[in-house]
Design a protein around this ligand. Structure first.
Ligand SMILES: [Zn+2]
Length: 413
């Protein structure tokens, strides 16, 4: 574990924990009026095992902005155990990202979102696809000839990972009351902006109870103006991932006002040639009284929530840019559920899995992977998942972790 002790880790900010009920509260905001989008859903997957338990209380939903230098990489663990990775940082952040995922035993990611094809957001995506089990990749769909993007497409194709283009209106059910809604981009895409790749970043909204978060990629003013034109009231969010590392080309006053975040997050390196974050952006946040956490100052920033309040923990000390204020939980209104898309799960077929794929499963090392392959060589294909118990080294506990992740298919089937 790279997790440091509480003493070293520094800051744990308890913003508000009002009445920690056992059941998650209903989603507090009415569904934004969005056009229908995306492909029809598939069967809801069984929840995967929860993989990490940082010192951020027992709150079931966790968002970590991983300090990968100049770029973005955000990991979300939903209450159901489903995991989402938004962006994978620059190649210089490779060790930080993969190290963090390894330290938290993240061998499976249910949803990978690539906000846009710039290297500071997707340089490690192919590495993550290659080394983990990925359920679905959502992409802005604006292709790029950058080497890392081409490698990502290659890796996705080689491993047969479902790949979809994110468009406004797609809703992804993360289970147990958490859901993601794609707010941008939409067709026709933004054209003729300062950077169309940025301006068509995938923007997603995460809702859980009265708490919500907006992840904006490297959105530009054009992106914000479109979002504002649609329905400013769908933008209100507790947590705002500040667009474009705090650049001056986004986070306009009107947008900030519409979102009215209680906490802001900025991902950037201490010294970067873009001079992110821009003093103007920080000034706007300070003026709005929004506590702002930055990876360059706070290291990894983990926010956990029970759907009512937030806890924030960072791996480096230093207070946030402005004082912490209490989060006032929004009134839980009537929920008008949109048509939700269940996340497809790619189950690993233990009858055809390679040793490498088996080792990627929880609780399976090199020796046990060898035994699984030896077993099916000697006895023919596994008839049921439960047959894995006949393999030496797979006990009841391991079995419990494997069940949601594996399947048995008949050869040729
Ligand atoms: Zn960027």
């Amino acid at each position: 574990m790279s997790r440091r002790t509480a003493a070293l880790a520094g800051l744990t900010a308890l913003l508000l924990l009002a009445g920690c009920g056992a059941t998650p509260p209903p989603v507090g905001k009415p569904a934004p009026p969005l056009p229908p989008g995306g492909a029809p859903g598939t069967d809801a997957p069984a929840p995967g095992p929860a993989v990490f338990n940082d010192d951020v209380g027992e709150n079931p939903l966790k968002i970590t902005m991983i300090d990968i230098g100049q770029g973005d990489a955000i990991f979300i663990e939903a209450p159901s155990g489903k995991r989402v990775l938004i962006d994978t940082g620059p190649s210089t952040g490779k060790d930080a990202l993969l190290g963090w995922l390894d330290a938290h035993q993240v061998t499976r990611i249910d949803l990978m979102i690539n906000s846009h094809a710039h290297a500071d957001h997707i340089a490690n995506s192919w590495r993550v696809v290659q080394s983990r089990d990925i359920g679905l990749v959502l992409d802005s769909g604006m292709a790029h000839t950058a080497r890392d993007y081409v490698k990502l497409l290659d890796a996705v194709e080689r491993k047969g990972v479902p790949f979809k283009v994110a468009r406004r209106g797609r809703v992804i059910d993360l289970g147990d009351g958490a859901r993601l809604t794609v707010l941008a981009p939409e067709d026709p895409l933004v054209k003729g902006s300062r950077s169309d790749l940025n301006a068509n970043s995938v923007v997603v909204r995460l809702d859980y109870g009265a708490i919500s978060a907006l992840f904006t990629g490297d959105a530009e003013k054009e992106t914000e103006n479109r979002l504002l034109a649609h329905a400013p009231n769908e933008l209100g969010a507790t947590i705002l991932k500040i667009a474009h590392h705090g650049s001056r080309h986004a986070t306009q006053d009107a947008f900030l006002k519409a979102v009215s975040p209680r906490v802001a997050l900025i991902s950037c390196a201490e010294r970067n040639r873009y001079r992110h974050p821009a003093p103007e952006t920080l000034a706007r946040l300070a003026q709005a009284g929004v506590p702002t956490y930055e990876t360059r100052r706070h290291g990894n920033i983990t926010i956990s929530t029970d759907g009512k309040g937030l806890r924030i923990q960072t791996t480096q000390g230093g207070p946030p840019a402005t004082a912490v204020v209490a989060v006032a939980a929004a009134d839980a209104g009537e929920v008008e559920a949109p048509e939700e898309e269940a996340l497809p799960v790619t189950l690993l077929d233990v009858n055809s899995a390679t040793a490498e794929e088996l080792i990627a499963l929880p609780g399976i090392g090199k020796v046990t992977a060898g035994r699984i392959i030896e077993y099916r060589t000697q006895n023919g294909p596994f008839q049921s998942v439960e047959d894995l118990r006949k393999v030496g080294g797979i006990g009841a506990k391991t079995m419990e972790r494997l069940r949601p992740l594996v399947t048995v298919r008949s050869p040729g089937g």
